[in-house]
Design a binder for this molecule. Sequence first.
Ligand code: ADP
Ligand code: MG
Length: 242
Amino acid sequence: MTGSVTDDARETQPPGDYPALFLHAVERWYPQRQGRLEILKGVEFAVWPGEMVALVAPSGTGKSTLLHVAGLLERPDGGEVYIGGNATAHMDDAGRTRLRREEIGFVYQFHHLLPELSALENVVMPQLIRGLSAKEAKARASELLGFLGLSERLDHRPAELSGGEQQRVAIARAVANAPRVLLADEPTGNLDPHTSAHVFSTLIALVRASGLAALVATHNFDLARRMDRVVTIRDGLVIDVG
Ligand code: ADP
Ligand code: MG
């Protein structure tokens, strides 16, 4: 089966393309003094290109674990993670890192921008690492930041930006290399409700404009309902809730 997506994910889905992200029989546990703390117990879950999925579940249920496994930051203890139809379990760390850099964007609760770089430079950086020219990278960074309403903030360092602006720069950075999948772990968790709603609106507009697949963990039901689908984690499995 290596290298292709099994039929399981396709049964109820449109034929043709692969899911952007597909978790098949994914398990993740942590060793304990006695036995295991089982977090993911055979997750079956797909996100399709252009789809925005909200992950809403109580603290400690495994949202971050799921995102880390989906984003190839952690290896599952069982099962398979497919990115755009490509199996990853057999890959070595270098292969996983390359795939992650090319296909996956991350946004965290804290922006993790480089403090000594401007907003523009923070979005340029991953593109240079990927091998783009400085000119191409700057053009794309300006366009992305403009789309997110930050044209007047290109030269600001993170400390010179508001919390909402910082998160919008972090979103621009995450999608700078045009990934297939955007994973966001409570991206507005540190923001006030008004700013959260604004950051979400720009995120949704960006996903709509780019055809990305996005999986966004959030505690905010109002914001979650604005996405295509809401899932939760129950008993170690991902289930649809609307
Ligand atoms: P969430 O993001 O939904 O709050 P997490 O994925 O961070 O949940 O954690 C899920 C569970 O796994 C929690 O009970 C947490 O304590 C446990 N956990 C997370 N990381 C580790 C670790 N490295 N070692 C042991 N337990 C962990
Ligand atoms: Mg978490």
